[in-house]
Design a protein around this ligand. Structure first.
Ligand SMILES: C[S@@+](CC[C@H](N)C(=O)[O-])C[C@H]1O[C@@H](n2cnc3c(N)ncnc32)[C@H](O)[C@@H]1O
Length: 409
């Protein structure tokens, strides 16, 4: 049925929200204040916008021709200041939902054409082989030949990536391809194809056509150029296949600067959920660092790079599952500052032991304001004060937001 609705606000996924006949109605690609003609099914909470009858003054033309079909971006149609303000509100709302009030600074913007890592789907469709992102809330693959969010060197190779990888699909319906721009070229991790000698021969040929540095299929790697690595605060670190890396160099630089400011002059720091050392190497210029991380390959890469960089203060590495075995009171007592950058699930168990500790400074980095607010509540309950919260727009045009929170006691 067709309806005219007024959009009241944006929901957590960036969809416009209107009052529908049966309750809130979520209308993608609309903005607050807009009068919209929608196609709504009775009992459905989502509706499609058929026409924007009265557009918002904040509506702008999207930068990408795939916007609206591709599920990668939700908010290209919103003017930049309003868009960043909305991201900041998401952080304020997450904190408020846990009864926390804190000074939330303006969002640090990250430029277009900067993203160095993205995950794609390669698959068969009725129109032939497609290579791209999934459509929103759908299994459909949107075939893309360009993406303005990606760094130009990476985006410019999308058509080549598709044609080189298409030959690998064989009888399979789909494969997942994660591409990272390393210093030596593209690093590809392919999941969903069965490794075999003939596949690896094809991979070597495909990789050479692409100028890829390495292709890894279900854990087995073909290195085509030199082993991929990235420079983290001036230290060259091997990149294990699939290891975590911040989405762009620009967001990495913003996060590193905020973490360093938060840690201040601390001389003994624990970097928890350290990955391959994005924060460890920045901190080790002036402090002894203990890096804790679950992923053995990441810990090995971090340790090797630290040993090869003599100008750093001592760096010690620890392979540890911090969900099951968080640092306890006696271990925490060694540190002037603790940095945590957990996955989306947050770091509840570690926040609980930190709340009972006497560590003077805690810097929390998070890609999930919901779990971050839960963990901050635990820390505040233990006597910490939130001194600073800074959102970073690391996931451009998506509803996701990264943030750094600095706590002191
Ligand atoms: C958001 S990443 C941050 C990595 C690093 N701080 C960086 O900025 O590059 C989260 C890291 O937590 C690690 N991780 C996930 N679960 C873990 C656990 N239970 N214990 C320890 N580390 C874990 C992941 O392997 C990943 O490296």
């Amino acid at each position: 049925m067709e309806l005219e609705v007024r959009i009241e606000r944006l929901g957590a996924q960036g969809d416009g929200v209107a009052q529908g006949p049966d309750g809130p109605l979520f209308v993608p690609f609309t903005l607050p204040g807009e009068l919209v003609k929608v196609e709504a099914e009775p009992g459905e909470a989502r509706a499609e916008a058929l026409a924007i009858l009265k557009p918002s003054p904040e509506r702008i033309a999207p930068v990408c021709r795939y916007f609206g079909n591709c599920g990668g971006c939700a908010l290209q149609h919103m003017e930049g200041h309003a868009y960043l303000a909305w991201k900041r509100e998401q952080v304020i709302a997450a904190l408020a939902s846990r009864g926390l009030e804190a000074p939330v600074e303006e969002v640090r913007a990250v430029p277009l054409a900067s993203r160095r890592r993205a995950a794609f789907t390669l698959g068969r469709t009725a129109q032939g082989i497609a290579f791209g992102y999934r459509a929103a809330r759908s299994q459909t693959i949107v075939d893309i030949a360009a993406c303005p969010v990606l760094s130009p060197n990476f985006a410019g190779r999308l058509p080549k990536l598709k044609s080189a990888l298409a030959t690998l699909l064989g009888g399979r319906r789909e494969a997942r391809v994660t591409v990272t721009e390393a210093d030596q070229g593209l690093d590809l991790v392919v999941e969903g194809l069965r490794p075999s000698p003939s596949l690896f021969a094809k991979l070597a040929a495909a990789g050479a056509r692409l100028g890829a540095a390495r292709i890894t299929v279900d854990g087995e790697s073909v290195i085509l150029a030199s082993e991929p690595s990235v420079s983290l605060s001036g230290t060259q670190v091997r990149l294990p296949p699939g290891a975590f890396l911040q989405a762009s160099r620009e967001s990495e630089a913003a996060l590193v600067a905020l973490v360093k400011e938060g840690v201040g002059r601390s001389k003994r720091v624990a970097d928890l959920f350290a990955g391959i050392g994005t924060f460890t190497f920045a901190l080790a210029a002036s402090a002894e660092v203990d890096a804790y991380e679950q992923d053995e390959a990441a810990v090995a890469a971090l340790g090797q790079a630290a040993r090869g960089t003599p100008k750093l203060k001592p760096v010690r590495t620890h392979t540890r599952d911090l969900f099951r075995v968080p640092l306890g009171a006696r271990e925490l007592a060694r540190y002037d500052a603790v940095v945590l950058d957990p996955p989306r699930a947050g770091a509840k168990a570690q926040a609980e032991t930190l709340a009972a500790s006497s560590v003077p400074k805690v810097v929390m980095v998070s890609c999930n304001p919901g779990t971050c607010a839960r963990d901050l509540r635990i820390l505040v309950g233990g006597g910490y004060r939130i001194a600073r919260v800074v959102p970073v727009d690391q996931f451009l045009f998506s509803p996701h937001v990264e943030l750094v929170a600095v706590l002191e006691r």
